[in-house]
Design a protein around this ligand. Structure first.
Ligand SMILES: Nc1nc2c(ncn2[C@@H]2O[C@H](COP(=O)(O)OP(=O)(O)OP(=O)(O)O)[C@@H](O)[C@H]2O)c(=O)[nH]1
Ligand SMILES: [Mg+2]
Length: 293
């Protein structure tokens, strides 16, 4: 699946309809505001975009001008957080997946394992979700399906010990990437957030300078709640990137823009379905093109 196929109802088509008949500037702006809000761009961000638009386009109001300014605004939001296509930073890399319950962490872990394996990396999984009954076994099943090794623990076991064991294995064998799945948690549950800090500490201790990527997995289908999910994790400082899962369930691309604008953290991957291969590396240019072409 390509980014273009996801956002099939192009924003540009809707924008075209606004400029179809003669209207005054105020009417056009009102209709554009509605279209942007309906594409899931947050009201706050729409307000800012339109303000900038009014500043930049002083007279007349042609469709092409509007689209150019809109593209520029969205591009600015992405480039402010420097979403560069980056290779993994070191030889041995650790990816820790975090997020609220059911956001898509375990599935994303499996997808990333498959993704990097297909790029020649030796992958190890750690099933550090010992909280839920099926938490660990779900990743174990993925491991079996994909033919990739998984370090897991019993239900109720200390996730820290699972992570520690996986790091030992990761260090002693020639693995390139360790992908750690964790239990779903909300920020209001203090103990679970503390546990996350603890897992980070263990990683830093066992693999000094270990370039741990912490990816926040967010369910993209929840509209405004998607943004709330992201906010809940804002205080957990270690997050280095975002995975927007279930993007196949929303044709409205505004969510991607909101998240980056709110979190100031780059979106790295999009989840596009339930299968191992349903993952896309995020490209801002491709995204803007598919949304506005
Ligand atoms: N359509 C679609 N479904 C997805 C995607 N990613 C995950 N899912 C589904 O979402 C549900 C939850 O996914 P999980 O990976 O179990 O989510 P989780 O965050 O590990 O859940 P907890 O461990 O309970 O917190 C499953 O039914 C997945 O198949 C996606 O990109 N697209
Ligand atoms: Mg899970």
């Amino acid at each position: 699946m390509k980014i273009k196929e996801i956002f099939s109802t192009s924003l540009k088509q809707k924008i075209n309809t606004v400029f179809g008949s003669k209207k005054d500037r105020k009417e056009i702006l009102e209709e554009l505001e509605e279209i942007l809000v309906l594409s899931d761009i947050s009201i706050d961000l729409v307000g800012r975009i339109l303000q900038n638009l009014e500043k930049k386009i002083k007279t007349g109001f042609e469709k092409e001008d509007f689209i150019a300014v809109l593209k520029e605004e969205i591009r600015d939001i992405f480039s402010a957080v420097n979403i560069a296509k980056e290779e993994l930073p070191g030889n041995k890399n650790i990816i820790l997946l975090v997020g609220v319950n059911g956001s898509g962490k375990t599935t994303t872990a499996a997808k990333l394992g498959d993704y990097y394996r297909n790029r020649g990396k030796k992958v190890l999984f750690a099933a550090a979700d010992t909280f839920r009954a099926a938490g660990g076994s779900q990743l174990v099943q993925w491991g079996e399906r994909l033919g990739l090794p998984v370090i897991s623990g019993d239900r109720g076991a200390d996730p820290g010990s699972v992570v520690y064991n996986s790091l030992m294995s990761f260090n002693s064998k020639d693995f390139d990437i360790l992908i750690i799945d964790t239990a779903g948690r909300v920020q209001t549950k203090d103990n679970l957030m503390k546990e996350l800090e603890k897992l980070s500490k263990i990683i830093k201790k066992v693999v000094p300078g270990g370039a741990a990527q912490v990816l926040l997995v967010i369910d993209a289908t929840m509209g405004q709640n998607t943004l709330d999910q992201a906010r809940k994790f804002k205080e957990f400082s270690g997050i280095t990137g975002i995975v927007l899962a279930k993007i196949d369930g929303t044709a409205r691309g505004g969510t991607v823009v909101n998240i980056v604008d709110e979190m100031k953290i780059p979106v790295k991957f999009l989840g596009t379905g339930e299968k191992a291969g349903d993952i896309l590396e995020f490209s801002p240019d491709e995204f803007i093109d598919s949304l506005l072409s």
